[in-house]
Ligand binder design. Structure first.
Ligand code: GJV
Length: 436
């Protein structure tokens, strides 16, 4: 199933007498069902929504067929409903919400709380400092763009540790007003120029040799700041220029998460001597239907050797590639344990400007120093016991939300195969909206 709908919801669905009249919605993007209880549709299709079962999944009808559909793929047929009511068309409700949520997004980056979180992440900030330090000789005389510079730390590293010709520090949030001051206070105003505004609206005197940015989000892509970086690359990076990071990969591992599972599910067993188990299916859908950000995976909870499921080359990646990214995995279970879910994180590489010099890497995984991203946990609906030697193989799909451009849905489909023919063999799929 694309999204496991727990039994309580399903029972409710079957009993549904549709007392409220269905509402008409229009498909914003094609949707392909991943299970018998889902309904496929195409962009432009008109669906009748019978029940808004949860915030994410609605029970809808199209061409006489019924099934669950992801709510974020639909928009209300405003024109139609207004016409019916004889009210003048007013699309303000439809257009007032920015699919990029830029006000909220840049608003939050304007606070020191987030800037402090990033700056005090030593593994992250130190990696960027090392990249500049180890490339200080070839950086001499080069023009650098620092996209999303925040307080300007990377630009200041460039100006202090190397001798670039110019550094363009680009920042859309209001923190940029302070970045100017920091540049002056650190005596870098000859080299560093701060541009306050969105990189998409930037006007520069010419192209740049190096585009450096710290754009990575949870599960690598969340926030999709990478789109701004790719657009800036296509517009401002000279032929043969360098992207930092130059490469990125998304990593995955099947894991145990007993503490988290017990905290969210075990509680209902016998709190204060009472039986609250009736809330367990609700707990499962409330706590495990979205990924858990900021999970710190203990190495001993990895059930297999992690692997890269998606790798990106930052020089050749296209914005359109971001719509759907697909990866594969085959894990061999190394020791018996309880399979609670998958954990994911990312690694990014910084190729040297000099030939044959080592590539530096920032690894946000469980075997490296923790970063402010930590890891992202995708919980299964229920735990599964695994034996050493069994394999967990399948695919992971990152599907960018067609409406909310900073969001995506991560779908994982996996099959457990036992070495013995009589053993475990099951295929399951679960989709995790992140966040819409
Ligand atoms: N133009 C200018 N600044 C930006 C843009 C953009 N298009 N997008 C993000 N920023 N690794 N996920 C800024 C944002 O305001 C913040 O200060 C920084 O880049 C994000 C860096 C960390 N986020 C991330």
């Amino acid at each position: 199933m694309f999204k496991k709908v727990d039994d309580s919801i399903r029972m409710h669905q079957e009993d549904e007498d549709y007392t409220n009249p269905p509402e008409e919605f229009i498909g914003l993007s094609d949707f392909t069902s991943c299970g018998s209880d889902q309904l496929s549709f195409r962009a432009g299709d008109r669906l009748l929504v019978h029940t808004k079962t949860s915030a994410d999944w609605w029970w809808a009808e199209l061409g006489g067929l019924c099934g669950y559909v992801p709510s974020s793929y639909l928009k209300q047929d405003v024109e139609d409903s207004y016409l019916k009511q004889g009210v003048e068309e007013d699309t303000s409700e439809e257009t007032s919400e920015d699919p990029w949520q830029d006000e909220e997004y840049f608003g939050s980056y304007g606070t020191l709380r987030l800037q402090l979180e990033m700056l005090s992440d030593r593994a992250r900030t130190e990696t960027y400092r090392q990249v500049i330090l180890t490339n200080s000789a070839p950086l001499r005389g080069k023009v650098v763009m620092d996209l999303g510079c925040g307080t300007g730390v990377i630009s200041l590293f460039c100006a202090r540790l190397a001798q670039p010709k110019a550094v363009y520090a680009v920042e859309a949030s209001s923190i940029a007003e302070h970045t100017e001051t920091l540049v002056r206070q650190n005596g870098c105003e000859e080299v560093v120029t701060v541009f306050q505004g969105r990189a998409e609206e930037l006007e520069l005197p010419g192209t740049v040799d190096i585009l450096i940015s710290e754009w990575m989000g949870n599960c690598l892509l969340f926030e999709f700041m990478v789109e701004s970086v790719l657009q800036a690359r296509d517009r401002w990076l000279r032929e043969g220029g360098m992207m930092w990071p130059s490469g990125a990969s998304l990593c995955l591992v099947p894991c145990q998460a007993l503490d988290y599972y017990t905290e969210r599910m075990g509680f209902w067993e016998q709190p204060y001597g009472l039986d609250f188990t009736a809330l367990q299916s609700l707990a499962q859908s409330e706590f495990f239907s979205r990924p858990r950000f900021s999970h710190l995976l203990q190495p001993e909870d990895c059930l297999a050797t992690p692997c890269d499921v998606i790798t990106l080359d930052m020089l050749t990646l296209h914005v359109t590639d971001l719509e759907k990214l697909r990866g594969q995995f085959t894990f061999i279970v190394e020791k018996a344990g309880t399979f609670h879910g998958f954990t994911s994180w990312f690694r990014v590489q910084f190729q040297s400007l000099e030939r044959d010099k080592t590539t530096l890497e920032l690894d946000t995984g469980p075997y490296s120093e923790p970063t402010h991203w930590k890891q992202t946990l995708f919980m299964l609906d229920g735990p599964i016991s695994l034996l050493g030697g069994e394999t967990v193989s399948g695919i992971i799909l990152l599907h960018r939300n067609p409406v909310w451009r900073r969001h995506m849905t991560v779908t994982i489909q996996w099959r457990i195969s036992s070495t013995e023919e009589t053993g475990n063999c099951m295929v399951q799929t679960k989709s995790f909206p992140m966040w819409r």
